[in-house]
Design a protein around this ligand. Structure first.
Ligand SMILES: *Cc1c(COP(=O)(O)O)cnc(C)c1O
Length: 399
């Protein structure tokens, strides 16, 4: 929302935008981005204060509204997603909630994928109904079910692709066509791919939401979120956020802005390692099945390769022998971090059935295909040989 920046040349690649977009130097001409740790801003006169408050004059007023460090991160991410505008939030969940609250009202309806992040399911399924917003959940890959679930009061289609932990791939173009046929918005949670591997707006999505906590930071340091959309949609979300308060801190924004600079090389290296790991796992005698969109064995491989630049850094697999065998692999790891988080430089391993998806009933879990022998690995930046060796410790015992 600053207008003093030198415009960049047109047609720059994502790698260039990631390190150049949004830069706005102070009078000191610093090379790295300044960090604006200030809660409020001063005015030259009573007249200017009045003009800033009325909106007659653009500029910073109070950090719950705007802050230059936050603006830089927003402009850089908007450039990467190919979005007209972007607004940052305190976390990924704050982004999802703000996106819904700003665009929907009591009496409205959402169609959402049944394979969404746990807290998203909780928000849509248990919290929003208390405020009169109902959600119908449909299988991500069943495009006909999405079309059939649309009602006259539907205002939003919402998905996450690839999904967690089974890496199912939704057809963004097909969902956008359904949405626009009914004058409904399509929102995509682009957390797993990031704009480097997938740009949902190029495929017809109206809104992209992010948990910046994951790959955008990529180093496990801060919480953050963002919504990318048209100026008109972002303006509505801005009014909701500045009024209700879950805005991004300047410090976190500064960290996230630096995170974006290395996003491209990180996610491509992690994705390449994930592909190598998935191939190895697929040929391992102790492994029953591998879920990775970059493998030809994946049910939506062709679609994934059409709408993604690579398979991504998340690999899930089923170990022969059930829960005990899966836990043995986890407990044999000397290098991989046992944590439910993902999108870090350090590889993480999770047993979804007893952690991220542990509160779902065993029947619902089975219906969702999350079996007790499933493990999810979020590949980091270690040598893939070392990751392989760490998993082999437990897999060798399992076979
Ligand atoms: C983590 C995550 C979120 C929530 O983000 P927070 O920053 O933890 O609030 C939303 N969607 C997906 C896909 C996630 O992985």
């Amino acid at each position: 929302m600053s207008n003093t920046k030198k415009p960049l040349p047109a047609g720059l690649a994502l790698e260039t935008l990631a390190v150049r977009a949004g830069m706005d130097r102070t009078q000191h001409k610093e090379h790295s981005e300044a960090l604006y740790l200030t809660s409020s801003f001063t005015f030259d006169s009573a007249e200017q204060a009045a003009a800033r408050f009325s909106g007659e004059e653009e500029g910073n007023v109070y950090a719950r509204f705007t802050n230059p460090s936050v603006t830089l991160f927003e402009e850089r991410l908007a450039a990467l997603e190919g979005a007209e505008d972007c607004i940052a939030t305190a976390s990924g969940m704050a982004a999802i909630n703000a996106m819904i609250m700003a665009n929907l009202s009591a009496g409205d309806h959402i169609v959402a994928s049944s394979s969404m992040f746990g807290s998203t399911i909780q928000l849509l399924g248990n919290i929003l109904p208390r405020f009169g917003i109902e959600t119908t959940f449909v299988p991500l890959t069943d495009t006909a079910a999405w079309a059939a679930a649309v009602r006259p009061n539907t205002k939003l289609l919402f998905c996450e692709t690839p999904s967690n932990p089974l890496t199912e791939v939704g057809d963004i173009r097909a969902l956008a066509a359904i949405a626009h046929q009914h004058t409904v918005l399509l929102a995509v949670d682009n957390c797993f791919c990031t704009p480097i591997l997938q740009r949902p707006m190029d495929l017809g999505a109206d809104i992209v939401v992010h948990s910046a906590t994951k790959y955008l930071d990529g180093q496990g340091r801060v919480l953050g979120g963002a919504v990318c959309a048209s100026k008109a949609i972002v303006e509505k979300i801005f009014i909701f956020l500045r009024t209700t308060g879950p805005t991004l801190s300047a410090f976190n924004a500064w960290v996230l802005g630096k995170g974006l600079e290395t996003l491209s090389i990180r996610i491509q290296a992690q994705s390449a390692s994930a592909r190598a790991l998935a191939q190895w796992l697929e040929s391992h005698p102790s492994v029953e099945r591998v879920y990775y969109p970059g493998l030809p064995s994946h049910p939506q491989h062709a679609l994934a390769m059409e709408q993604q630049r690579a398979g991504g850094a998340i690999v899930s697999f089923e170990v022969k022998g059930g829960k005990d065998a899966a836990w043995r692999v986890v407990n044999s790891c000397q290098l991989l971090s046992i944590t439910a988080n993902l999108g870090d430089t350090r590889t993480t391993i999770t047993h979804p059935a007893t952690t991220t998806h542990g509160r779902i009933s065993p029947e619902a879990r089975a219906a969702a295909g999350i079996h007790d022998n499933l493990l999810r690995v979020a590949v980091g930046l270690e040598s893939v040989d070392d990751i392989r060796q760490d998993l082999e410790r437990g897999l060798a015992i399992s076979s």
